[in-house]
Design a protein around this ligand. Structure first.
Ligand SMILES: [Fe+2]
Length: 504
């Protein structure tokens, strides 16, 4: 449901009684009608309702979303349609560009109202999200371009097809080639036609989306690290978001993390008891997007991309020492072979490291309570290069740090042994900006109260470029480089040396 005022594009509407409006309709598996109300928002009175507008095929397969599978040579494709398992078989027809096609079956999931945890998701916000299909394209050749189509074979023998899309398969872990990664959080969606919808406050979302689409040929993989849609229990907004990002998600893997707006609900097992998910309690996120997690309801996972190892945490579940998640995080770090995968990246939604957000500053902690208490020894022991967070809607970068102390005075060109972990807040994807505390710290090197996103470019095993770009113009406003030999990673720093012996 969206609305515009009758004088939105016809300023003389009140005088003439004539006007026109342009509304963007996306296929949400049913018909649309237009209704005219008088009396404004305070005293709405229905004046007229239009005939129905029908899509050529309301059930059509739509909004493809790529994600890395559980192994480096598997790509998953998730999409939405109106075809359940009793009416059609969903599949992907795919193959190397210009080569023979094969078909891979897809699984189908549905979500019903009763799997929502509370209102509005379970009440006024409920809308049938359709059928969600995922297909697993396996044994891909590294770096190879594949084309694919979403298909449904109806039981009467007819085939329904999507347009053709293409993607490039992931590099072999350890492979030396240029690899480009975009990371940001908290994007959400906005109305491209200028309409109003209930509860929209992610006015930076379309700029960020546009910059990514414009630069897509220079992006290999995207991480949207929590607070994905901000549907907050208004389920139809998931269609709106997946439509908005489809030009990106149909072409490069779009890896998501879980945030408070996906997961939190009292009494539902989330670590925080807030109502931020609007009753969705994680069910929408874990179904609409695939992540290579052991259990998709617990959103932590690892994924490899060439010279990168990503360890993605789930801050809406407990991460402290002794928990299942803590064990996972340690295993993820410990199993990275740093000669092959020198670039070790930690990702989480809430700030478990360092942030100058006003509310963290007011607490004096500059982090989520208990955030780094357990984890900092892991970051240090396993020499994690960079930790990324969202949740705070701005941009900030720290020095390489351990236990509140900067271990390197350099600000832009890190060379040789890399001591400490750099913490980056990249939560300016689109949702209303967050203020910084006026308190100054020794560790904060760059702050920006604006919408933006970050990009990592690994040129080879020894050279990494980090960039922060604003969503308004796509230009670089902060950057640094890391230049080192892999043996530098094995070198000792504070508290991170393995024991050695003099015996020979
Ligand atoms: Fe958040």
């Amino acid at each position: 449901m969206q609305f515009q005022y009758a004088n939105y594009s016809s300023p003389r509407y009140k005088a003439t009684g004539k006007g026109s409006l342009r509304l963007l309709l996306i296929n949400q598996r049913s018909d649309f009608s237009f209704a005219l109300f008088s009396g404004g928002l305070s005293k709405p009175k229905l004046v007229a309702v239009s005939n129905k507008v029908t899509f050529a095929n309301p059930n059509a397969p739509l909004y493809p979303r790529l994600a890395q599978g559980k192994t480096w040579n598997e790509m998953t494709v998730t999409w939405t349609s109106g075809y359940g398992i009793s009416s059609a078989e969903p599949f992907i027809e795919w193959g190397q560009k210009g080569d023979v096609r094969v078909r891979s079956p897809a699984g189908t999931l549905t979500i019903d109202r009763s799997s929502m945890c509370g209102p509005p998701a379970r009440t006024v916000g409920w809308r049938d999200p359709g059928f969600i299909h995922t297909s697993f394209l396996k044994e891909l050749w590294p770096n190879t371009v594949y084309t694919y189509k979403l298909g449904h074979k109806l039981f009467n023998g007819t085939y329904i097809w999507s347009p053709e899309y293409q993607f490039k398969a992931s590099p072999y872990p350890g492979q030396d080639s240029v690899q480009r990664v975009v990371i940001f959080g908290d994007m959400g969606k906005d109305e491209p036609d200028g309409s109003n919808v209930y509860n929209n406050y992610q006015h930076g979302a379309l700029n960020t989306t546009k910059q990514l689409i414009d630069d897509l040929k220079n992006i290999d993989i995207v991480f949207h690290i929590g607070d994905i849609v901000y549907a907050n229990g208004y389920i139809s907004q998931w269609d709106q978001f997946t439509a908005q990002v489809a030009p990106i998600t149909s072409k490069v893997p779009y890896m998501v993390a879980s945030g408070n707006h996906e997961r939190d609900w009292p009494g539902s097992g989330s670590f925080y008891g807030t109502k931020d998910s609007g009753g969705e309690c994680g069910v929408m996120a874990e179904t609409m997007f695939y992540v290579p997690a052991e259990n998709r309801a617990k959103f932590w996972y690892s994924t490899d991309y060439g010279m990168f190892r990503f360890c993605v945490a789930d801050t809406e579940h407990d991460w402290r020492e002794g928990t299942e998640q803590y064990e996972f995080i340690e295993r993820c770090f410990a199993s990275a072979d740093r000669r092959k995968q020198p670039w070790l990246i930690f990702i989480a939604h809430r700030v478990l490291g360092y942030s100058s957000a006003s509310w963290y500053g007011a607490q004096g902690s500059f982090e989520e309570p208990m955030g780094r208490e357990s984890l900092q020894k892991l970051w240090q022991k396993y020499k994690v290069d960079i930790a990324f967070y969202g949740h705070v809607h701005n941009y900030e970068r720290t020095c390489p740090i351990y236990q509140n102390i900067c271990l390197d005075k350099e600000k832009h060109n890190y060379k040789g042994p890399f001591n400490g972990t750099i913490h980056v807040v990249a939560g300016g994807g689109g949702s209303g900006l967050a203020d910084f505390t006026p308190l100054n710290t020794t560790w904060s090197l760059f702050k920006d109260h604006d919408y933006g996103f970050t990009k990592l470019t690994a040129f080879d095993h020894s050279n990494l470029l980090f960039e922060y770009k604003k969503s308004s113009d796509g230009k670089v406003y902060d950057s640094f480089t890391i230049n080192r030999d892999y043996r530098d990673i094995l070198a000792c720093s504070v508290d991170n040396c393995s024991p050695t012996t003099l015996a020979s």
